[in-house]
Design a protein around this ligand. Structure first.
Ligand SMILES: NC(=O)c1ccc[n+]([C@@H]2O[C@H](COP(=O)([O-])OP(=O)(O)OC[C@H]3O[C@@H](n4cnc5c(N)ncnc54)[C@H](O)[C@@H]3O)[C@@H](O)[C@H]2O)c1
Length: 251
C-alpha cells in the first residue's frame, strides 16, 4: 500500500494499459479517477476498481479539450479533495492504421497530435494549480520505446511520443521548485486485450528475438514502474525516462 490515500488521475484508463494502471494504483491504496473519452468503458473500469474494494470514479474526459481537462481536475477535487498523481496515458494508439508517412493525411496527423501532444500539455496544465498548492505532485508521461527505434509506418505517432519525451524534461525543469516531479515511461510493444494492427506477426517475432527477456510484454510489466514513480521512493527522480521493454533497447 505505497500510495495509501493519494489521489491519482489516469487518462485513457478505459482499456488496455491505462486500465491496468488504474487497477494497480487502487491495489496500492490510491483513490483513482478514470479520465476517459469512452463513457461505457471508463465507467466499467471505475466499477471494477470499486468492486475490488477501492475508491474510484469515472470522469468523461477529452484530453484534447482544455475545458474538459479543467473539469477533470475540478471533479477530482470535488470528490476527493486533492490530486497527487497524473498519469498521462491517453493516446490515439490502438486505432492507428499503419502506412508510409507519404500516405498520411493532414487531418489524421492533426487529430493524433491534438490528443497525444496537446492532451499531455492540457492535462498537465490543469493539475499544476492543485499540485502547486499542495507543494507536491507526480506527473507520469507515457511515451514509447518505439521513438528510440524509429519504427516505420506511423510517423505521426512516433513524432507525438518524441514530443512527450522532450516535454517531460522541460516540464520537470519548470515544476521542480514546487515539489512536483515529471518523468516518462517508454514501454515496448505491449499486448493488451485490444487487438491491434500496429505490429505484424513478423515484427513481433523479430522484436522478441532481439529482447533480453524473450516473452511478449504485458501491462503487468509496466504497472510497477508507475507505482515507483508515484511513490515517496521516487521523490528525487525527475525529468527521467524509464524504458520497460525486456531489454529490446538500452535507452
Ligand atoms: N500497447 C503498446 O504496445 C504501447 C507501447 C508503447 C506505448 N504505449 C502507450 O501506452 C498508452 C496506452 O496504450 P494502450 O495500448 O492501452 O492504448 P489503447 O489505444 O488501447 O488505449 C488508449 C485509451 O485512450 C483513450 N483515449 C483516446 N483518445 C482520448 C482522449 N482524447 N481523451 C481521453 N481518452 C482518450 C481511448 O478511449 C483508450 O481507452 C498510450 O499512450 C500508448 O501510446 C503503448
Amino acid at each position: 500500500m505505497k500510495l495509501q490515500d493519494r489521489v491519482a488521475v489516469v487518462t485513457g484508463a478505459g482499456q488496455g494499459i491505462g486500465r491496468a494502471y488504474a487497477h494497480r494504483l487502487v491495489e496500492e491504496g490510491a483513490r483513482v479517477v478514470v479520465a476517459e473519452l469512452n463513457e461505457a468503458k471508463g465507467k466499467a473500469v471505475a466499477e471494477e476498481c470499486l468492486a475490488a474494494g477501492g475508491q474510484a470514479m469515472f470522469v468523461r474526459t477529452d484530453v484534447a479539450d482544455e475545458a474538459s481537462c479543467q473539469e477533470m481536475v475540478a471533479a477530482t477535487l470535488r470528490q476527493f479533495g486533492r490530486l497527487d498523481i497524473l498519469v498521462n496515458n491517453a493516446a490515439i494508439f490502438s486505432t492507428i492504421t499503419m502506412k508510409p508517412f507519404w500516405e498520411l493525411g493532414q487531418a489524421e496527423w492533426d487529430e493524433l497530435m491534438a490528443v497525444n501532444v496537446r492532451g499531455v500539455w492540457l492535462a498537465s496544465k490543469a493539475v499544476v494549480p492543485p499540485m502547486r498548492q499542495q507543494r507536491s505532485g507526480r506527473i507520469i508521461n507515457i511515451s514509447s520505446a518505439a521513438i528510440f527505434m524509429g519504427r516505420p509506418h506511423y510517423l505521426h505517432y512516433i513524432a507525438s511520443k518524441g514530443a512527450v519525451f522532450a516535454m517531460t524534461r522541460a516540464m520537470a525543469r519548470e515544476l521542480g521548485d514546487f515539489g512536483i516531479t515529471v518523468n516518462t515511461i517508454t514501454p515496448g510493444a505491449t499486448y493488451t486485450e485490444i487487438p491491434r494492427e500496429t505490429v505484424t506477426p513478423e515484427q513481433r517475432d523479430a522484436m522478441l528475438r532481439a529482447q533480453c527477456i524473450k516473452r511478449p510484454e504485458e501491462p503487468r510489466d509496466l504497472v510497477g514502474t508507475v507505482v515507483f514513480l508515484a511513490s515517496d521512493d521516487a521523490a528525487f527522480v525527475t525529468g527521467q525516462t524509464i524504458t520497460v521493454n525486456g531489454g529490446l533497447t538500452f535507452y
